[in-house]
Design a protein around this ligand. Structure first.
Ligand code: ZN
Length: 262
């Protein structure tokens, strides 16, 4: 039985001379793999619709293993994400993060919407780093490792000056900070953004601007937290880190400036 779904192409691998196995993240069934016969041939009607990051409607015959992709129709090719080195690198990272964090055929319409919305904002030229931080924060809930952000993770206090402790998995108030010598100091802006990114509805983005020093704090906390608890080894993350180093050397800011609509 062929069924229609709405999906984003996460990745493809060549299979034989002319075929591709396509991994789709679908709104209806979560992640599914399907054989796209002939899709390696540029003349194939499946060629364009199976480019990574493509978003569209797909007709699939599902099975326990690899199903069959019968046809597809693009809603958005996300071409802007493939044509810009920075955008492509950030998009590849959030897609790989999603891929490694999800099981096949496990429906999660919330995560589908989150991924789609993030890729669309990225293709519109919004701040790639901030979108990635928001996605990483929200992914912590999906992974089942949410940090404590509304109180001190150790004593429960809601008042005070907070740092972030990976060991305690959340905020640490100034009274408890001695318990973790490796804690990350946080500016009040960073503490507020960590909370906001975790809870906000991504569809309702307004406008704020984020300083480079705040971005550096957010990046350090998130990297350390993922390293400790997520257990993921992502090659796209290493590539992003290299790009960050090139950007610093070349004095680039990623092309989009630091002012961000939130
Ligand atoms: Zn405390």
């Amino acid at each position: 039985m062929f069924e229609m779904c709405e999906a984003i192409v996460m990745r493809t691998v060549d299979y034989g001379e002319t075929n591709k196995i396509v991994t789709l993240f679908t709104r209806e069934w979560g992640k599914v793999a399907a054989m796209a016969r002939g899709a390696k041939k540029p003349s194939s009607r499946l060629s364009a619709v199976t480019q990574p990051l493509s978003y569209g409607h797909y007709v699939i015959r599902r099975s326990r293993g690899v199903g069959v992709l019968h046809q597809g129709e693009l809603i958005d090719s996300m071409r802007a994400l493939r044509e810009d080195l920075f955008a492509a690198a950030y998009a590849a990272y959030i897609v790989e993060l999603t891929d490694k964090s999800t099981e096949e055929q496990k429906r999660n319409p919330y995560l589908f919407e989150l991924l789609l919305q993030t890729l669309q904002y990225m293709s519109e030229g919004r701040d790639l780093e901030i979108l990635t931080f928001i996605y990483e924060m929200k992914m912590l809930a999906v992974l089942g490792i949410p940090p404590v952000l509304d109180r001190c993770a150790r004593c429960g206090a809601t008042e005070g000056h907070f740092s972030f402790s990976v060991k305690e998995a959340g905020f640490l108030c100034h009274r408890c900070e001695a318990s973790d010598p490796h804690r990350f100091p946080l500016s009040p802006a960073t503490a507020r953004l960590l909370r906001l990114f975790f809870h906000m509805d991504l569809a309702r983005l307004g406008s704020i601007s984020v300083k480079e020093s705040t971005k550096a704090e957010l990046g350090a906390v998130l990297s350390a937290y993922y390293d400790e608890y997520a257990g993921l080894s992502l090659k796209t993350k290493r590539f992003l880190q290299q790009i960050g180093e090139w950007k610093d050397k070349l004095g680039l800011d990623g092309g989009k400036g630091t002012s961000f609509s939130l």
